[in-house]
Design a protein around this ligand. Structure first.
Ligand code: IMP
Length: 208
């Protein structure tokens, strides 16, 4: 297991941080968030790092294992994220398996089908609560790991509404709004979503 010390370690201005993702969109977004704190982000893709298998049973475990693998491979602190959509009537599914629920045999992803499966399996249950969760993990080459969770709670709807966003966005209405994430502009969604809440927790603990 990764070491989880009680006191989070800080990333002083001038630090270089490896982002353990091959997703250019995430790299762009996180670079923008870290820049004001004087922390430079380097993409794992730019360093040719392999992507480890996500074998953890929770978002925390998956984020920590990805961040630790990148920190150990590079000798630099590393950041990883893991996220998912949790439906109360399904005991928290798809949760950590959110990407798998959308996977087609040919490797492409079909979120319309994944959203329809949620609606079908939860149909008999009046409990409509759902949540998006994100965990950001910061790891160091010596094995130290800090995890920072963020959550936004709300309810699910089907059929999906809105053409914006990605993944399960069109079926989720956060409690603080009447719109689905799919009906919001990117700025409206990211003003108060699970990722921005996880980043706020990380910034309070480790930056500045
Ligand atoms: P990952 O963290 O990039 O592995 O994503 C996990 C899964 O959760 C994917 O299927 C995403 O589509 C889904 N997911 C995570 N965050 C969001 C979100 O903000 N909107 C919609 N789907 C999301």
């Amino acid at each position: 297991m990764a070491e989880q010390a009680s006191r989070p370690r800080r990333l002083p201005p001038g630090s270089r941080l490896v982002l353990a993702t091959h997703n250019p969109g995430k790299l762009r977004e996180l670079r923008r968030l870290f820049e004001p704190f004087g922390v430079e982000l380097i993409g794992a893709g730019e360093l040719g790092l392999p992507a480890p298998a996500e074998t953890g049973a929770s978002l925390e475990e998956n984020a920590a294992l990805k961040a630790l693998a990148a920190a150990r491979a590079t000798g630099l602190p590393a950041l990883a994220d893991d996220s998912g959509f949790f439906v109360a009537a399904l005991g928290g599914a798809p949760g950590v398996k959110s990407a798998d629920w959308a996977m087609l045999p040919d490797g492409r992803r079909d979120y319309r089908a994944a959203m329809a499966r949620i609606a079908r399996e939860a149909a008999g249950n009046p409990d409509r609560r759902a949540a998006f969760r994100c965990v950001l993990a910061l790891a160091w080459p010596d094995g130290h790991v800090d995890v920072h969770p963020g959550e936004v709670v709300g309810s699910w709807v089907h059929p999906p509404r809105g053409e914006g966003g990605f993944g399960y966005d069109p079926m989720f209405i956060p409690a603080h709004s009447g719109l689905t994430f799919g009906e919001m502009t990117p700025a409206e969604k990211s003003a108060d979503d699970h990722r921005s809440r996880a980043f706020a927790a990380l910034a309070a603990a480790a930056l500045g």
